[in-house]
Design a protein around this ligand. Structure first.
Ligand SMILES: [Zn+2]
Length: 338
């Protein structure tokens, strides 16, 4: 028999599923939850599964009744979803929500509120939301989703039952990749770069991790210390915005880790970027383990700069010049010859 449990379609997070299921069946759902954790690991899916469970006409989140289907299509009148309008969730959005919550639910016995990227509530919006969290209309369930829970007002955080979500286990990701990606090389690269996020492996990021990665690494490894202009052009392209620059450092970390493995004569079974092996081998001829490590260190440092709001273009220029001008030490060269 097919299971009607709305949680079964969600990969991993067994503890969180059990906890929510138990709270529902024992009538002990909290009035506010904070689901925290890395983006793209299933927090929103879990919140929607809970909404199904609560609103389902059959009482079990069947996925087939009118209520379940309208949750899936985001048009259930008692499910209110909020997300940033531009950079922030604005106070006007919270006011609209509060007006809706002041009325009785239209079809169910309660309202469910889902706030995505809750850390982006503008200060005034968060303060307004605090009032609703303190005295929620009877039966209302508020679910805040956040990948940066530390950025929420402590007073907001403390009024929610906190449910942290971990990154997915590699075995869970492998299972999904196995069933959906036929090419073994692509599968291994995605598995290594997904970092516990299925969004990264299957979402719009997929092309970035497969094609952009190849392109960026190839272009960087062709830069010559003698000509600065192509380097500045590439830096301008890669440092266009902070988020993109950070994602570029992610893929570079995996490539230069491979470069280090090759210079240190590690097994090629350890390589992630097997599709780039030839270019990596070629670049490795100019380097020693020490110089490969120095480059890896520069990438990590660049990522820290980006996370600390250093100008992204400058950070990228700094990184590319480090990668182009990092030369193997004399000592390393001699060791290599020996
Ligand atoms: Zn249903």
């Amino acid at each position: 028999m097919l299971s009607t449990d709305p949680f079964t379609a969600i990969i991993g997070h067994e503890r969180q599923k059990k906890l929510l299921q138990h709270a529902f069946t024992s009538g002990k759902l909290a009035h506010a939850y904070l689901f925290s954790g890395f983006d793209g690991i299933g927090k929103r899916l879990m919140a929607l599964a809970l909404a199904r469970l609560v609103f389902c006409d059959a009482g079990n989140g069947c996925g087939k009744c009118s209520s379940c289907r309208r949750i899936d299509h985001n048009n259930h009148p008692d499910l209110h979803t909020l997300e940033p309008d531009g950079q922030f969730i604005k106070i006007e959005q919270i006011r609209v929500l509060q007006r809706a919550l002041a009325y009785r639910p239209l079809e169910s016995t309660r309202h469910i509120v889902l706030i995505d990227a809750a850390e982006r509530m503008h200060h005034s919006a968060a303060n307004a939301m605090l009032k609703t969290l303190e005295e929620p209309p009877y039966g209302t369930i508020i679910i805040l989703l956040s990948s940066q829970p530390q950025a929420l007002l402590p007073t907001v955080r403390s009024r929610c039952q906190h449910l942290p979500f971990s990154r997915l286990r590699q075995t869970d990701i492998d299972k999904v990749l196995q069933s959906q990606v036929a090419d073994e090389t692509e599968r291994n690269i995605l598995a290594a770069l997904a970092q516990g996020s299925l969004n990264k492996a299957f979402g719009s990021d997929r092309d970035f991790y497969l094609n952009t990665r190849r392109d960026v690494f190839t272009r960087i490894s062709r830069l010559q210390p003698g000509s600065i202009l192509p380097m500045l052009d590439l830096a301008a392209e890669l440092g266009l915005d902070r988020e993109y620059a950070e994602a570029v450092t992610d893929i570079l970390i995996s490539c230069y880790r491979d470069l280090f493995i090759i210079t240190a004569r590690g097994s090629s079974a350890l390589l992630v970027n097997t599709d780039l092996e030839q270019s990596l081998q070629h670049l490795a001829r100019k380097h020693t383990p020490a110089s490969a490590l120095a480059m890896l260190e520069s990438i990590l440092r660049c990522r820290t700069y980006l996370q600390h709001n250093v100008n992204h273009l400058l950070a990228m220029e700094w990184l590319l010049s480090r990668l182009v001008f990092t030369a193997p030490t004399q000592q390393g060269r001699q060791n290599k010859r020996a």
